[in-house]
Design a protein around this ligand. Structure first.
Ligand SMILES: [Zn+2]
Length: 96
């Protein structure tokens, strides 16, 4: 079994296995919210590891999905503002 784990880590190119998922890249969360901020139900749910973000390597994490999700939310808000402004400019009589 140890030989299998070593081969698995080697196959994934992992030098320092993640302390949370041991190199798997996914992790059994204690609720259904997994890595999201939401309130989750009381079920073990598998999701992407929120320590290495799927890389499985402690020293080389993949992009942090929480940060990306926050930035995407900010971009969506900005896009809505721009679109509202543009539609106002196109039709100054409309009252949005
Ligand atoms: Zn991990």
């Amino acid at each position: 079994m140890e030989d299998f784990l070593e081969r698995f880590l080697d196959w994934r190119g992992i030098e320092t296995p993640c302390k949370r998922c041991s190199g798997a890249g996914s992790y059994g969360y204690g609720n259904t919210a997994t890595w999201h901020y939401d309130i989750g139900g009381s079920m073990i749910t598998w999701g992407i590891c929120d320590l290495c973000w799927g890389s499985g390597d402690h020293t080389r994490p993949w992009p942090n999905l929480k940060v990306l999700e926050d930035e995407l939310g900010a971009l969506r808000k900005f896009k809505n503002k721009v679109e509202k402004r543009e539609s106002k400019e196109a039709d100054p009589t409309s009252n949005i």
